[in-house]
Design a binder for this molecule. Structure first.
Ligand code: HEM
Length: 308
């Protein structure tokens, strides 16, 4: 810890080196009010961001849990960004950051009962009509996490995966990415309103980001590690945990919540986004795997089957 004199000396040097008068900053310190919790955390702004479209009280649960999800996904991508852009990545740092990502996605997977059990089904099945045609499908934060995590080739529709033409570009990959199945008619290639709107808003950004992270996504960072780090069991486990949490556990709990509200046993209700959701949302069908090189052929063939 610096003594007061040393601190003052350093502050003087800092502002003088910038061509500024240190005295003005000391006066600023003298007059400014100490920070408080509510301003620092922006509590009032945060709590003014819930704007229900109906008077059903449970619409607030729906909005706030989606907002919680956005925050946690952004905590994840904040860690992902640091790993991908670290040019001196060590196994210890990588494991530490993966641990953080895994805890965030675990929080989401473990708390999804807030959605599955925490809303009155009658209220949900009324207020949801005021959201049509919006859908959680349009949540870009999930797609950013995917692009940070792996090569887009690993996110392709299973009908295209492994059958790529000799030459292709990133736009071609996004045209064949797994999530097209939520809104594109495979035979006619016609896209739904939900999908068109999503692509209009985000596709250029996804393509630019995928190009930027082609050589430095989490999988590529792992591949570039020295052999001894690549064989580090803790690193391998942390990567596999991310695959399990993000690509199996969260999709399963999400699907179970969708079933709770949209499938009463005798009738499957159309979702606000309009996908063939019962099939589309199942991780066994999507087979989204960030790190296929870490799993055996048998494990990949049986992806998510044990979690059904
Ligand atoms: C009762 C609550 C929920 C229900 C009934 C539900 C239902 C659905 C359905 C049916 C879809 C398929 C697309 C469509 O046709 O709309 C979907 C997609 C999606 N939802 Fe939800 N959802 C719920 C809560 C949430 C929450 C809290 C989030 C968090 C942001 C979320 C994020 C997503 C994402 C990311 C997708 C796309 C999944 C993928 O592409 O694999 N959902 N949801």
């Amino acid at each position: 810890m610096d003594s007061n004199n040393e601190l003052i000396q350093k502050i003087n040097e800092k502002y003088i080196s910038m061509g500024l008068e240190p005295e003005a900053f000391y006066k600023g310190l003298l007059y400014s009010k100490p920070i408080n919790y509510w301003d620092y955390i922006e509590v009032e702004s945060l709590l003014s961001l819930q704007k229900p479209r109906t008077d059903y009280p449970d619409e607030m649960v729906f909005i706030m849990y989606h907002q919680v999800t956005e925050l946690l996904l952004n905590m994840m991508t904040h860690e992902m960004h640091q790993v991908c852009n670290n040019e001196n990545l060590t196994a210890d740092y990588f494991i530490e950051k993966l641990g953080r990502m895994n805890r965030y996605i675990q929080m989401l997977a473990n708390s999804f009962d807030v959605m599955r059990l925490g809303m009155d089904p009658n209220q949900y099945n009324e207020f949801r009509f005021s959201l049509t045609p919006a859908s959680g499908f349009q949540c870009a934060s999930f797609r950013f996490a995917e692009i940070y995590s792996t090569d887009i080739e690993n996110l392709l529709d299973t009908r295209v995966k492994g059958n790529l033409p000799a030459n292709y570009d990133t736009a071609f990959l996004f045209e064949n990415i797994y999530w097209q199945a939520a809104g594109k008619d495979h035979k006619t290639e016609k896209k739904s309103y939900l999908l068109n709107l999503f692509e209009e808003k985000y596709l250029d950004k996804f393509i630019a980001m995928a190009n930027e992270y082609k050589t430095k996504n989490i999988w590529q960072k792992y591949v570039a590690m020295p052999e001894k780090d690549k064989n580090n069991p803790a690193l391998i486990q942390a990567l596999k945990d991310l695959d399990i949490e993000f690509n199996i556990k969260w999709p399963i709990v999400h699907l179970r919540a969708a079933e709770q509200y949209l499938d009463n046993g005798s009738k499957v209700i159309k979702a606000t986004g309009g996908s063939d959701w019962k099939k589309y949302l199942h991780p066994m069908y999507q087979k989204r795997v960030f790190f296929p090189g870490l799993w055996s052929k048998e494990e990949l063939d049986n992806w998510a089957k044990d979690y059904d």
